[in-house]
Design a binder for this molecule. Sequence first.
Ligand SMILES: Cc1cc2nc3c(=O)[nH]c(=O)nc-3n(C[C@H](O)[C@H](O)[C@H](O)COP(=O)(O)OP(=O)(O)OC[C@H]3O[C@@H](n4cnc5c(N)ncnc54)[C@H](O)[C@@H]3O)c2cc1C
Length: 249
Amino acid sequence: MTLCFRVGNVDKKRFFEAKPLWKGELYDKWKAAGKTSNPRENVLVFDYPAEGVLHFNTTRVVKLDPTDPFDLTRAEMEARKQAAELMSFFRECEIPGTEKAELLYTAPSIGVRESRMLDGEYTLTGKDLRACTRFDDAVAAGNYDIDIHNPEGSGTSHYYFPNGTWYTVPYRALIPKISDCRNLIVAGRCISVDHEAQASIRIMPICTTLGEAAGVAASVSLDENVPVQRASVGRIRKILAESGAFTGI
Ligand SMILES: Cc1cc2nc3c(=O)[nH]c(=O)nc-3n(C[C@H](O)[C@H](O)[C@H](O)COP(=O)(O)OP(=O)(O)OC[C@H]3O[C@@H](n4cnc5c(N)ncnc54)[C@H](O)[C@@H]3O)c2cc1C
């Protein structure tokens, strides 16, 4: 889980020029001195389209259960502490550009990359993704890297797809087994995938294509008066193609 936050009054030019300081040895030393409980290995920061404002995606909270409201509260408290600690790092280590920096705000709620997922007709795996599998019932495609923020603590691993390659997402990963439920379609990061596959399909562009596919599938299923598992995938794919969707096959 990560709580994003924004910092204002930054001299961005000097800050980014000083990247070797805050993304290197100085940060490592400060962290090794036990000055933050953030297990993330480095500082993840993005420019923000407002003068003097930076967007930080750098807090990391692990080993708490995002489906438990008490753990979620603990996670938000921990992440806000980590944001304040990073502000102390800027001051203590005199990071150029942050002399007048102020914590503008933290996000209203912590972001959860992964929690409950559907146990669907098919579970898409990291292996399927790396093999760039083309499923006959593909309703979406993607090639964002397999981007795992280590749930155990430090480290972020990436598997990058070669340029011009992609995997597909089968319709069966959006629907429950027919013995479980006949009128539910799942879209977004909680479709039926394993941990590795989730680390790629969870990004916003892919989630939106899954939403479009789910909407079309719901209308086809209603029109045909059949359970979602029996909806005509050919028709779903045809409607998606007619509206310009790229489903990868
Ligand atoms: C810190 C962080 C950084 C990220 N960075 C990026 C990034 O740079 N680029 C990128 O593409 N992706 C990024 N992601 C991933 C991406 O943002 C999410 O995985 C994606 O938005 C998930 O989309 P979704 O539609 O599945 O869920 P959501 O976007 O969470 O949508 C679910 C919606 O359902 C609503 N909802 C929940 N319960 C109910 C209910 N009972 N009744 C009605 N509504 C309800 C929620 O309010 C929410 O609006 C990031 C994720 C995190 C946590």
